[in-house]
Ligand binder design. Structure first.
Ligand code: PLP
Length: 404
């Protein structure tokens, strides 16, 4: 028997990703033949576009299967620069881009590159569950600022000022947001930008859901595009997973000042060598040729968003702000908590999620790990048929268990 002693305290403090854990549970139940409707997935249910698959096959056939530049092939970095210019009005050169194994890897690189022991990072809750863990792993301290539904889940200036200390190093946010589907408008972005510039902070702008915006009146704005001062101190993170239905290919990237990009690149060269060569060719093709495919997916997501939100709005006892981007509906289930169902005390949405799963075979994501313990997240990255059936079951569950 191996006795494990003195493992890294930082590593031992990391809890497993609860969303991946729920996804594994759903897979297991499905493999046992249980008729599960899953609203848990954080990935498009669409196939990767053909032009992307073909580029990968071509890369294999041509033997493009060796190590590449550790920051990614220069053709891809140039294409990313063009995308950032065209879509976001940002001017970078390829040496400021580091392509990584997914945006998650880009973010882990960034925290490792910028944080010293005890540096604080302001994170707005609800947040994507990996941010606080990543900050802690890089010896930083997550400082959580709780936003609320009344303010469409964006922070206020007063909240930022309250969170500021002499240890504050950076702010991270995600717009469009997982889990709320909220989008940061120009006024909020300007407020955050001014706060960051005035207080000499780095901003990490996670724009992974950029292409999944549904209303004519909304356009994604990168905070880095507001002015030269904020551009210099912003690290933009983006990737192929969500918009291009390429979650398994693992390609994400960061764009930063030369100083920061070089440190990220050095780290990556030792920790990962380079992102997968074949996936890089696939990403290049996606950026060049997949616009029509991603627009088609966006339209389908928009129809599902409308349907899911309009149904949830009519459910008794719960509420949800209409999401404007990403592919999630974030539901306040506080009124469903604090009761007892079949002898089980529903202390929070984690227990609620378990009861819903056992009674209805619908899997939802409880949001304690996103900073909101009485909320659940439903993903509409699943077919309209599944959405209808799953929502019927959820509605019946509420009606049957919360009468009177
Ligand atoms: N950022 C946010 C907000 C996400 O929701 C995700 C994935 O769920 C990621 C980053 C990471 O994406 P990937 O590593 O697949 O590129």
């Amino acid at each position: 028997m191996v006795i494990l002693v003195n493992l890294s305290k930082k590593a031992l403090n990391v809890s497993p990703s609860s969303t991946l854990k729920i996804a594994a549970k759903v897979k297991e139940l499905k493999s046992q033949g249980v008729d599960i409707i899953s609203f848990t997935v954080g990935e498009p249910d669409f196939d990767t576009p053909d032009c992307v698959n073909e580029a990968a096959i071509e890369a294999i056939k041509k033997g493009f299967t060796k190590y590449t530049d550790s920051s990614g092939i220069v053709e891809l970095r140039k294409e990313i620069c063009e995308k950032l210019k065209k879509d976001n009005g940002l001017s970078y050169n390829p040496s400021q881009i580091v392509v990584s194994n997914g945006a998650k890897h880009s973010l882990a690189n960034i925290f490792a590159a910028i944080l010293n022991e005890g540096d604080e990072v302001i994170i707005f809750a609800p947040y994507w569950l990996s941010y606080p863990e990543m900050v802690s792993l890089a010896s930083g301290v997550p400082v959580i600022v709780y936003t609320d539904a009344e303010n469409e889940f964006v922070p206020t200036k007063e909240q930022l000022e309250k969170a500021l200390t002499d240890k504050t190093k950076a702010i991270i946010f995600n717009s469009p947001c997982n889990p709320t589907g909220g989008i940061y408008g120009i006024e909020t972005l300007e407020m955050i930008a001014k706060f960051a510039v005035d207080n000499d902070l780095i901003v990490i702008s996670d724009e992974i859901y950029e292409k999944l915006v549904y209303d004519e009146s909304d356009k994604h704005i990168s905070i880095a595009s507001l002015n030269e001062d904020i551009f210099k101190r912003t690290i933009v993170v983006n990737g192929m997973s969500k918009a291009y239905a390429m979650t398994g290919w693992r390609i994400g990237y960061s764009a930063a000042s030369q100083e920061i990009a070089s440190v990220i690149s050095n780290l990556q060269s030792h920790l990962a060598s380079n992102p997968n060569s074949i996936a890089q060719m696939a990403a290049l093709s996606a950026l060049r040729y997949a616009d029509a495919s991603i627009e088609e997916m966006r339209k389908q997501f928009a129809a599902r968003r409308d349907y899911m939100h309009s149904r949830v709005k009519e459910f008794p006892l719960v509420s949800a702000v209409k999401p404007r981007g990403a592919f999630y509906v974030f539901i306040d289930a506080s009124e469903l908590c604090g009761t007892t169902i079949d002898g089980v005390e529903i202390s929070d949405a984690t227990v609620l999620g378990e009861v819903i799963l056992s009674k209805t075979n619908v899997a939802v994501v409880p949001c304690a790990d996103f900073g909101f313990k009485n909320h659940i997240r439903l993903s509409y990255a699943t077919s309209m048929e599944n959405i209808k059936e799953g929502l019927d079951r959820l509605e019946a569950f509420i009606n049957e268990n919360y009468k009177g």
